[in-house]
Write a protein that binds this ligand. Structure first.
Ligand code: GRG
Length: 328
């Protein structure tokens, strides 16, 4: 279900409409196999939609070299999106999720075994594309898949932990979300042949953008309506995933924190979830988390200072702030 805004200032970059059409066609082509059954399963969430923010970021990065995005830059972005997609297939199995992108999940439609294998297949196609670009890109994408797993494991390890350290939250979202944005921007820069300082600045930009993205996503889980989310708000708390606004509410101390602490720590029924939600909404944890998100917006902006002045960089500067504006 859509939570983060469905659009981005990055979409307004000159030529991006055409580039998004190229990304779309390349995504669909990337999962075609000689087996129609596997092709159908591997195509399922591609056809269902998605914002394609990671390839869009790779293409924006590649445009910094001038002369539009090459096919190789588009392929680099597609490799990142396939990793994202593979992680969603696996994530939906882990969460026993029934819907994603407003359609049935792969696990709900075909079963867990098919979803795991098709997710593996998407990672295999991503790896093949990365290897066709360069050894550096292949190594970076492999490492990033590891970071996603590490981020997810960090989250699992602290499920239902009311004493989860903030540092665990930041480490987890850096791995499971931000690292892939950092890698998408970096791959765009590498494939387009930018100098190393700009490649590093792009990586820092992508990482900071991804941190804002995930904090905003976690805030939306607490502030959006069930209709917007496609599931009841407070789902993360219900599942024992205590995100930054919740940790900040607990950390503030006082009566609200005590009440929340008494509720959390084990699975919640619907009434308990709604009570926990009311407590978090009444406190300052959400606003506090957004103050931290603003710091990452500033980090992204600082990275842009090293990318020169252009329309593309101006759109990159606007993109993290637009995420934040969707919840502030
Ligand atoms: C097998 C690569 C791999 C990883 C295994 C399951 C797992 C470890 C990682 C998943 C981590 C995860 C679900 C991170 C959150 C990703 C995220 C920010 C999803 C929402 O992204 P959007 O809004 O979604 O870009 P669309 O649908 O627009 O693509």
């Amino acid at each position: 279900m859509p939570t983060a805004p469905a659009t981005s200032p990055l979409f307004a970059i000159r030529g991006m409409d055409d580039d998004r059409a190229r990304i779309e066609a390349a995504m669909r082509a990337s999962v075609v196999t000689s087996d129609p059954y596997l092709t159908e399963i591997a195509s399922h969430l591609i056809i269902a939609g998605g914002k394609r923010l990671r390839p869009v970021l790779a293409v924006a990065a590649g445009q910094l070299a001038g002369a539009g995005a090459s096919d190789d830059v588009v392929q680099g972005g597609v490799a990142c999106e396939l990793v994202h997609l593979g992680s969603l297939y696996h994530d939906d199995v882990m969460d026993e999720a029934e819907t994603r992108r407003s359609v049935e999940t792969v696990n709900a439609r075909w079963g867990n075994l098919q979803a795991i294998l098709a997710g593996d297949f998407l990672l295999s196609r991503a790896s093949e594309i990365a290897a066709s670009l360069s050894t550096e890109v292949a190594g970076l994408l492999a490492r990033t898949i590891g970071w996603l797993c590490e981020g997810q494991i960090e989250e699992l390890r602290h499920t239902y932990d009311i004493d989860r350290p903030e540092e665990s939250y930041f480490r987890s979202i850096h791995g499971k979300t931000a690292s892939l944005y950092g890698t998408a921007a970096r791959i765009g820069g590498i494939v387009a042949g930018l100098d190393r300082d700009r490649i590093d600045a792009l990586t820092e930009y992508g990482n900071a953008y991804g941190m804002v993205f995930q904090i905003v996503d976690d805030v939306l889980d607490l502030t959006a309506t069930a209709e917007q989310l496609g599931k009841p708000a407070g789902h993360d708390m219900e599942e024992g995933v205590y995100t930054l606004p919740v940790l900040r509410t607990l950390d503030a101390g006082g009566a609200l924190a005590d009440e929340l602490r008494d509720l959390l720590g084990s699975p919640l029924d619907a009434a308990e979830r709604d009570k926990a939600l009311a407590i978090v909404r009444a406190g300052e944890g959400i606003e506090n988390a957004l103050v931290t998100a603003r710091r990452f917006v500033a980090d992204a902006d600082a990275a842009c200072d090293r990318l020169g002045d252009s329309d593309v960089v101006a759109a990159m500067r606007d993109a993290p702030a637009a995420l934040l504006a969707s919840v502030s």
